[in-house]
Design a protein around this ligand. Structure first.
Ligand SMILES: Cc1cc2nc3c(=O)[nH]c(=O)nc-3n(C[C@H](O)[C@H](O)[C@H](O)COP(=O)(O)OP(=O)(O)OC[C@H]3O[C@@H](n4cnc5c(N)ncnc54)[C@H](O)[C@@H]3O)c2cc1C
Ligand code: FES
Length: 256
């Protein structure tokens, strides 16, 4: 059953740069934090000039004091404006939106890259330390996520494109080796689409269920405007904001 969406005035507790061009924002939002499931997102109204559309961000953590955390990379007008917000100011948050991850796995592997690691952080927390995490980034400084995942992960495996941290290459280079060493029963992934397609293919080759969180530009975030529609492998049209953002990989990525 879908719970009603909350439209709250969230007070900013902190808004700090934690990685290259990546900010961590913590806000108060007790009711929203209580409802949010890993993989769901919040739709944020940014009080900046002519910005009409909200901007979506994955729920990256909640704590029992009702604090909700998001991580955002500065991309354009909205996220640039967010960097100048100070603690004590308020922002309108709508959520939690969309369908999150299914948490059934007993021996999960989380695979993420770039900002895709944000919603996976809350997933790792809710898997109560059972998950191994494979994360990739361009270089060592993009892998600041390791520190954030450490309290929630069993083992962490790293790759970087330039070899400055972890194994040189992409997560898709290391993944087959991890799958040959350990019997994972579900792979959870979020990140660049090309990476998730590669993960989905490897998961399918190894007969391991895989869930992927998709991203597309969104307007309403509520399933009404159809701006986020994607085609499934069965040629159905799904709304990423309402039917997703999390899908079983075989639903959205062809196995070949
Ligand atoms: C379900 C969902 C969850 C997301 N979670 C996060 C998150 O946790 N952290 C985070 O940093 N970002 C996340 N994003 C992406 C984030 O919403 C966009 O980066 C943000 O809306 C950009 O706003 P802007 O006003 O700064 O950029 P704009 O000025 O609107 O655009 C600047 C540039 O960013 C590109 N862009 C804008 N939106 C997207 C998008 N959805 N996907 C890819 N490129 C985009 C535009 O094409 C343009 O090139 C998520 C997106 C979705 C759909
Ligand atoms: S953003 Fe409007 S239907 Fe998905």
């Amino acid at each position: 059953m879908d719970l009603p969406k909350l439209d709250i005035k969230a007070e900013i507790l902190s808004n700090t740069e934690v990685g290259p061009n990546v900010y961590e924002m913590k806000v108060t939002g007790e009711a929203l934090a209580r409802q949010a499931m890993p993989g769901q997102f919040v739709h944020v109204r940014i009080p900046a000039g002519m910005l009409l559309l909200r901007r979506p961000f994955g729920v990256a953590n909640v704590d029992d004091k009702g604090t909700l955390t998001i991580y955002y990379r500065v991309m354009g007008k909205g996220t640039s404006a967010m960097t100048s917000l100070r603690s004590g100011e308020t922002l309108n948050f709508l959520g939690p939106l969309g369908q999150g991850f299914s948490l059934h796995a007993k021996r999960p592997l989380i695979v993420g890259g770039g900002m895709g690691l944000a919603p996976l952080l809350y997933l790792a927390k809710q898997l109560h330390g059972a998950a191994d995490v494979l994360m990739g980034g361009r270089n060592a400084s993009e892998l600041f996520w390791e520190r954030l995942f450490r309290p929630y992960a069993r083992d962490i495996f790293l790759t970087s494109d330039d070899g400055s941290r972890g194994e040189k290459g992409f997560v898709t280079n290391l993944l087959p080796r991890l799958l040959s060493q350990e019997s994972y029963d579900c792979i959870y992934t979020c990140g660049p689409e090309i990476m998730m397609r590669g993960i989905a293919k490897i998961a399918s080759d190894h007969d391991i269920p895989c869930q992927a969180s998709l991203e597309k530009r969104m307007a309403c975030g509520l399933g009404a405007c159809l701006s986020c529609v994607c085609d499934t492998t069965k040629k159905e049209r799904k709304k990423i904001c309402k039917d997703g953002p999390v899908f079983w990989a075989q639903e959205v990525f062809a196995a070949d």
